[in-house]
Design a binder for this molecule. Structure first.
Ligand SMILES: Nc1nc2c(c(=O)[nH]1)N[C@H]1C(S)=C(S)[C@@H](COP(=O)(O)OP(=O)(O)OC[C@H]3O[C@@H](n4cnc5c(=O)[nH]c(N)nc54)[C@H](O)[C@@H]3O)O[C@H]1N2
Ligand SMILES: Nc1nc2c(c(=O)[nH]1)N[C@H]1C(S)=C(S)[C@@H](COP(=O)(O)OP(=O)(O)OC[C@H]3O[C@@H](n4cnc5c(=O)[nH]c(N)nc54)[C@H](O)[C@@H]3O)O[C@H]1N2
Ligand code: SF4
Ligand SMILES: [Mo]
Length: 701
């Protein structure tokens, strides 16, 4: 088999979308092997352990290979034919719609879906189901940064420059990103930055592997980044470091933003954040003195009930110091999921139409309705955000079609969300494995995976990439597009839902034309010839846009908008009953809800289960030793996991990764308080108390 040529493709997991090649083996136990692919510029052949072991999830040993339908008598999921399974789903959707109206049917998508799938899912919801009730897991991911981008720049693309610019800038402030674990091949860009003499400041309550690389590490109390950014802006003003010329020529709204910052005195900011004033001053000097600079945020500051304002404050700092809209300078968000960028552009979000158009904009509705061949009035209006939709299940939303997410593990207040899912009249899940959420479904549809289907992904740089089918899928699975095509047919839409990805992409090009995320000039052929094409790319002759905002921002007057913000507390502060802050996040060897990576032996060996990271002083007070189980209790519930004791975390904070179900599920504890603008839940801050667990006590939940 070694003569079989390897097919160039991209990793199934995160937004870096590392290039790799796959060689088919013909063995259903491990159908492909990874072959180095060094020509793709983002990772130049480097892969993390998840990417290297990704073919394991293609194995017939761990995946779904036939549809499952819940037997009404026994209540057990049992194998069924595709005809039976699809008919059951169509019935469920039809019945709810007839009995309760179109908005009683909900749709939940995912940022790992290709552009073609995200586009088709949004179109399916609005046309076939006629429902406004669609949203997706990207709401839990970068939605605060997306909202802040829109407010300040008039356009939301995660990074306004390619990653290759990072090593050439003067100073990077990395806020709440643990890149060394969440995008390991990208660490190279920070290493090169330092080799070139650039400075790295990392802001994280934990001294992570990423923070260890920093010239300066600030460790604020979780949920206080807004105060920190404002304190820095205060010092920029009081130390005379404002770039007045840039502010006058390229921005609007400075006076109000300045006034907001001036009420945040450094000493007061030290009290709120726990970061000593001299460190704040040093950060301001490093950033201001550098001729060019970037602020990059990830989930740390964004997954807060004030995430949008927090990102806004970091953008204000960039604007005041003239570090935006210029070469090698700017604000960027490190988007997370494989298609976290494209997934938020083409219509699976509650308020959106393809091309990053707004669902409540009459011109946008008219354009997209024209492409779809329907009347604009027939399109429903904006729906609810992800958590609000999950919270409404079993209430006015009675049936759910879910594709590409595992909210039983990943949603905030997860025990409640699980209970809501169980209360549905009907749940249909399309997945590649039997995830914890799929296990609750009435019908499970087994779908093809990254290596077995063709489609485009847009990485964190805004670079549109093509994943070519490299393998023949096992008999018995169908693609998400085939599923939607078949369901549309059963519900009376013979046309308009093609199963061929390139046909969908050609329609997406037209639907996005003229919108903010304009893909009109991008084709499968161009992507392959050019190692990806950066949007906006309005015509086939246009070369694409790796760098945004150099001449003007995407606002009506071309100026970036300062946003006046002031600090506010987390939705849930610590008190006598819940005296410790819980924050959550990731480890290098597991991905998200773990649905895929917990099925890979090598990754489980490296990261076998949940843990609670805590400071030795806290451990001593509790009387727990390394590896002993402790209970973490919040107002939502109780989780139990072994203690991992380290001085790398603040003594007022504990950390749990969220990759596992069961008694160690971090999201049992998390507060679903939402950001008022982005509707992002507060994954990064809630109040908890810790309790030792007597050995043999296995209480959970
Ligand atoms: N191994 C792995 N890689 C992944 C993923 C995965 O699940 N596993 N998921 C992908 C996805 S979808 C995403 S969104 C990205 C996420 O990538 P990251 O944002 O890097 O990941 P997190 O671990 O959620 O959070 C980053 C850091 O925020 C810190 N933090 C916690 N609270 C605060 C706070 O209040 N302020 C600040 N400044 N920092 C805080 C945490 O200590 C943590 O080190 O990773 C992508 N890559
Ligand atoms: N406590 C806490 N919770 C968090 C976070 C946190 O930092 N802390 N981070 C949040 C963030 S940033 C994110 S992005 C979410 C992610 O959380 P989830 O939305 O649960 O993400 P995944 O685990 O990637 O789930 C994707 C599911 O879709 C399946 N799948 C993969 N590819 C396909 C496909 O092409 N088609 C179909 N039909 N299915 C597919 C996978 O097998 C898996 O079951 O978690 C959020 N939850
Ligand atoms: S860094 Fe992300 S894209 Fe690259 S191999 Fe790892 S999981 Fe895959
Ligand atoms: Mo994410």
């Amino acid at each position: 088999m070694s003569e079989v040529t390897a097919v160039p493709t991209h990793c199934p997991y995160c937004a870096l979308q590392c290039g790799m090649s796959l060689r088919p083996t013909g063995d259903p136990e491990l159908p492909a092997e990874v072959v180095d692919r060094t020509d793709f510029p983002v990772n130049r052949g480097a892969l993390c352990g998840k990417g290297r072991t990704a073919p394991s999830v293609l194995s017939s040993r761990v995946r779904l290979t036939e549809p499952l339908v819940r037997c009404p008598d026994t209540g057990v999921l049992a194998p069924a034919t595709w005809e039976e399974a699809l008919a059951a789903v169509a019935d469920g959707l039809r019945r709810t719609r007839a009995d309760h109206g179109p908005d009683a049917v909900g749709v939940f998508g995912g940022g790992g879906l290709t552009n073609e799938k995200a586009y088709t899912l949004g179109k399916f919801a609005r046309l076939v189901l006629g429902t406004s009730q669609i949203d997706y897991n990207g709401r839990f991911c970068m939605s605060s940064a997306a909202a802040a981008h829109g407010r300040a720049f008039g356009l939301d693309r995660g990074l306004p420059f390619p990653l290759e610019d990072i090593p050439k800038t003067g100073c990077v402030i990395l806020v709440g990103s643990n890149l060394a674990e969440t995008m390991p091949p990208a660490l190279r860009y920070l290493t090169e930055l330092k080799e070139n003499g650039g400075k790295l400041i990392v802001i994280d309550p934990r001294r992570t592997r990423t923070a260890e690389q920093a010239d300066l590490h600030l460790a604020p109390r979780p949920g206080t980044d807004l105060a920190l950014a404002l304190g820095m802006l205060h010092l920029v003003v009081s130390e005379g470091r404002v770039d007045e010329e840039f502010v006058a020529a390229r921005t609007s709204g400075w006076e109000a933003a300045r006034a907001g910052a001036m009420s945040h005195w450094p000493e007061q900011v030290e009290r709120i954040t726990g970061v000593p004033v001299p460190q704040i001053r040093e950060a301001v000097a490093l950033f201001s003195d550098a001729p060019t600079g970037m602020v990059l945020t990830a989930r740390g500051p964004e997954q807060q009930s004030k995430g949008t304002d927090t990102v806004g404050a970091w953008i204000n700092l960039c604007l005041a110091t003239g570090k935006a809209g210029r070469p090698l300078s700017g604000y960027g968000c490190l988007t997370g999921q494989g298609n976290g960028q494209g997934g938020r552009e083409h219509g699976q979000k509650a308020d959106q139409l393809p091309g990053y158009r707004k669902l409540d904009d009459p011109a946008a509705r008219a354009h997209v309705a024209g492409v779809w061949g329907v009347e604009p009035e027939s399109l429903p209006g904006p729906g609810r955000s992800a958590y609000e939709l999950l919270d409404a299940l079993g209430g006015d939303v009675k049936t759910l079609l879910l594709m590409g997410s595992n909210p039983v593990v990943s949603a905030p207040r997860a025990a409640h969300v699980e209970e809501r899912l169980r209360s549905l009249d009907f749940l249909a899940v399309a997945d590649v494995v039997l995830s914890e959420t799929a296990a609750l479904a009435d019908v499970v549809l087994p779908v093809t995976q990254w290596a077995e289907e063709t489609g485009t992904m847009t990485n964190l740089e805004g670079r549109v990439l093509l994943r070519r089918r490299a393998l023949t899928p096992p008999a018995g699975v169908r693609s998400d597009l085939e599923v939607l095509h078949a369901l549309a047919g059963l519900l009376g839409w013979e046309k308009g839902f093609p199963a061929d990805p390139e046909e969908v992409f050609e329609e997406l090009r037209r639907a996005s034309a003229g919108g903010p995320a304009d893909y009109a000039g991008i084709s499968y052929r161009r992507i392959e010839e050019e190692q990806g094409v950066f949007w906006p790319c309005p015509t086939p002759e246009h070369e694409g846009t790796p760098r945004l905002f150099l001449d003007r921002f995407a606002t009506p007057d071309g100026r970036a908008r300062f946003v006046p913000v002031v600090h506010r507390a987390a939705a849930e502060e610590t008190d006598a009953e819940y005296p410790v802050v819980l924050t959550t996040g990731r480890v290098v060897s597991q991905y998200q809800s773990g649905a895929q990576t917990r099925r890979v032996d090598e990754l489980n060996a490296a990261a076998p289960g949940p843990f609670v990271e805590l400071h030795p002083r806290v451990a001593e007070r509790l009387g727990v030793a390394e590896g002993e189980r402790i209970a973490v209790v919040s107002r939502r519930g109780r989780a139990v996991a072994p203690a991992r004791i380290t001085t790398a975390i603040r003594p007022d904070t504990v950390f749990m990764p969220f990759h596992w179900a069961g008694e160690g599920r971090a999201n049992t504890l998390v507060n679903p308080a939402l950001d008022p603008v982005s509707r992002m839940p507060e994954f990064k801050v809630c109040a908890v108390r810790l309790e030792p667990v007597a050995s043999g006590d296995a209480t959970a939940g």
